[in-house]
Write a protein that binds this ligand. Structure first.
Ligand SMILES: Nc1nc2c(ncn2[C@@H]2O[C@H](COP(=O)(O)OP(=O)(O)OP(=O)(O)O)[C@@H](O)[C@H]2O)c(=O)[nH]1
Ligand SMILES: [Mg+2]
Length: 280
């Protein structure tokens, strides 16, 4: 894991900028990967968001294990956050985000403004999330035709910019990448889901970790997909996949690199069903 660089200095700067930007928004949206709701969260962020409503969006719900995901929703809700599971590519998800913000999270403020005869203004928001979690997809899909123009209104710092997405949302751009610390299994989870590039961690370690998790928590799906006769030993699983899928070298040996690629692709393409690699 030493190849992954986690710069405390960068992080401190990002957090200082976050603190400044926070004052300007009405609601903070944190995008998590629904398959790894802990590894895709920087816990330090939550400690910084006092007094602002926080909406935790579990994105890529279409790839996740619904049962486990609902446990995660409960977990974060019990800690005082609003939660919603979404698929950032689906129009229905986008509508439900807006309804939740307007009719629940900022309801009082909306009603107060309407009572005072003010028009409903776009909600000022900030969208935080690790790389590849779906921020651009969400922002693009929240953007109405003709939206996403940078308004001529600078944020507090020079780096910050406001974007008018639609009648519904104005977005303050995000301050840097707020990775969690790559401790323990977090790096593996980020690699499995594609948040970090495949060449950052040794692929054999990543896939072996994934297969161990799957054989413990998704044994039936694993057996079914790879026609396994036993799941007792992870190296035996690799051999069976290699044999059953013809991932062999010319000399007839198991081609492990191909086996790793097969497993990773299957996980990411949902060939093993909806998966979560963490439980609350
Ligand atoms: N299955 C599925 N794929 C999604 C979803 N949301 C985004 N994606 C895919 O995830 C990949 C990354 O999405 P982006 O929107 O580029 O992620 P990002 O957070 O902007 O990534 P960076 O710009 O690298 O920080 C793309 O291939 C998207 O199509 C989702 O809800 N479900
Ligand atoms: Mg992006």
């Amino acid at each position: 894991m030493s190849q992954i660089q986690w710069y405390p200095g960068h992080m401190a700067k990002s957090f200082r900028e976050l603190d400044k930007n926070l004052r300007q928004v009405e609601i903070v949206m944190i995008l998590l990967d629904a398959r790894i709701p802990m590894s895709s969260m920087n816990p330090e962020i939550l400690r910084r968001l006092h007094n602002k409503p926080v909406l935790i969006l579990f994105n890529k719900q279409d790839l996740a294990d619904r049962k486990i995901l609902s446990l995660w929703e409960d977990y974060y809700r019990q800690s005082g956050y609003y939660t919603l599971s979404i698929d950032a590519t689906s129009p229905q998800s986008l509508r439900s985000i807006y309804s939740l913000v307007k009719d629940v999270i900022l309801k009082e403020q909306v009603e107060r403004n309407l009572r005072r005869g003010r028009q409903l203004a776009p909600f000022k928001t900030m969208i935080l999330g690790i790389p590849n979690v779906g921020k651009s997809t969400l922002i693009n899909n929240l953007t109405a035709k003709g939206g996403a123009k940078v308004e001529n209104r600078p944020g507090v710092t020079r780096q910050s910019q406001w974007y008018r997405l639609s009648e519904e949302f104005e977005l303050l751009d995000t301050p840097g990448v707020l990775w969690p610390k790559f401790e323990k299994t977090i790096g593996y989870n980020l690699a499995i889901t594609g948040a970090i590039k495949d060449d950052i961690l040794p692929l054999d370690d990543v896939v072996i970790y994934a297969l161990k998790y799957l054989s413990k928590h998704y044994q039936a799906a694993l057996v079914e997909r790879y026609k396994l006769t036993s799941t007792d030993d992870v190296f035996e699983i690799l051999n069976q996949i290699g044999t059953n899928f013809g991932a062999l070298t010319r000399g007839g040996e198991i081609d492990y690199d191909r086996v790793y690629a097969i497993v990773l692709k299957d996980i990411r393409d949902k060939r093993l069903g909806g998966l979560c690699f963490e439980k609350p």
